[in-house]
Design a protein around this ligand. Structure first.
Ligand SMILES: Cc1ncc(COP(=O)(O)O)c(C=O)c1O
Length: 360
């Protein structure tokens, strides 16, 4: 028998979450963000559930080609664009769109004969200071693209740094104003909004929205649950108890004995550790479901196992089902207890964990 840990991917939940995006942004086209193997959910499975999206966005050229070869006809946008002129051949061959965010890309475009009819999204750095032309550089970058006969459609974009943090409304307003000022009067389509902005700032919806995390059923906000936002979890990580230990007061658990029992107690050992993608920095107290009942981790997470408290789960036994996150236990809750964000947990699920696909 193989290890009992597996990941269940509920494609109908993904489809549902896309409909939630459309509910929040009824007038915008939806560019589903499926980078990082669709946030760890599996590129082609996710794409199948998101087949009605108006476009896809990702970073990995090989994944984009794989998607095109699988028969998806929508725009596929590479969020970091291309890195060399040789890649431009593939952009042309597979009709991929590129984010253009620095001068070197403009130079590569000017030097290349391979990029006929390329669709581009010009990125303006409106305050996140990650990718994009500085506002004062943007007009000349745009001019260079508008006068390049190899360029087909030009769209304009920026990325918001703080849409998920309600105390940072002023920062969103400032970025939006900067974008509006620089793009005013231009005929090109525009795109600004990630999941948080889709739900919190309708004024940022423009022509294309770019949802990621909300499609996968997690909340971008620390003060609102995914369920409150109408989202359904797509990934559920399940496992089983593979051992049970009875501790005496003073007994320690796991590496370095990081947890020490203060009284006699029963603990369970779950097949699932950091080599499966469970965060090692999740300390004692991170929530887990055993037999559908809430309990928590004890001590350090090992590479392949973790320990849970069974004191109040009397019916727990060898083989009892465990949920590490997903249905019944929001990934956001596990992430925040572990001092991280849902994005990191979802993307880190290891390839050795078997995926089972449900729905659609
Ligand atoms: C440029 C860009 N747009 C959209 C997204 C989607 O963001 P979220 O997952 O918060 O919706 C990302 C994700 O990091 C991104 O980098």
């Amino acid at each position: 028998m193989s290890r009992p840990i597996h990941v269940l991917i509920d494609l109908s939940a993904l489809e549902h979450n896309l409909s939630v995006v459309r509910h929040y942004a009824p007038h915008a086209r939806v560019m589903a963000v499926i980078k990082a193997n669709a946030y760890g959910h599996g590129l082609l499975h996710a794409a199948k559930a998101l087949k009605n999206a108006d476009g896809f966005a990702m970073l990995e050229l090989d994944a984009a080609i794989c998607l095109r070869k699988a028969g998806y006809h929508q725009p596929i946008l590479l969020l970091e664009g291309f890195f060399s002129t040789t890649e431009l051949v593939l952009f042309k061959q597979y009709n991929l769109s590129a984010v253009i965010h620095h001068k070197e890309q403009l130079m590569m475009l000017a030097a290349s004969v391979e990029c006929n009819r390329l669709d581009v999204f010009v990125k303006i750095n409106t305050g996140m200071n990650r990718l994009g032309f500085a506002p004062e550089e943007f007009p000349s970058a745009l001019h260079s693209l508008e006068t390049n006969p190899a360029i087909n459609q030009i769209s304009l974009m920026t990325h918001l740094a703080n849409a998920d943090d309600l105390t940072e409304k002023a920062s969103v307003t400032k970025q939006l104003q900067c974008f509006d000022t620089k793009t005013m009067g231009l005929k090109h389509l525009r795109s600004l909004a990630n999941s948080a902005a889709i739900m919190q700032y309708p004024e940022t919806h423009a022509d294309w929205v770019r949802p990621g995390i909300m499609l996968y059923g997690a909340s971008p906000f620390s003060d609102r649950t995914a369920a409150e936002l109408g989202l359904k979890p797509v990934m559920t990580v399940s496992s089983k108890l593979i051992a049970i230990q009875n501790l005496e007061a003073g007994d320690k658990v796991g590496y370095r004995g990081q947890f020490q029992a203060t009284h006699a107690m029963r603990i369970g050992i779950v097949a699932g550790g950091y080599a499966d993608g469970y965060p090692r920095h999740a300390l004692t107290g991170t929530p887990v479901l055993v037999n559908g009942q809430r309990t928590h981790t004890l001590g350090f997470v090992s590479m392949d196992m973790l320990a849970v408290d069974l004191s109040h789960i009397e019916n727990a036994e060898l083989g009892s089902p465990v949920i590490l996150w997903g249905k019944g236990l929001p990934v956001d809750e596990v992430a925040s207890t572990a001092g991280t964000i849902s994005y990191e947990l979802l993307c880190a699920m290891a390839s050795r964990v078997e995926s089972r696909i449900q729905g659609t």
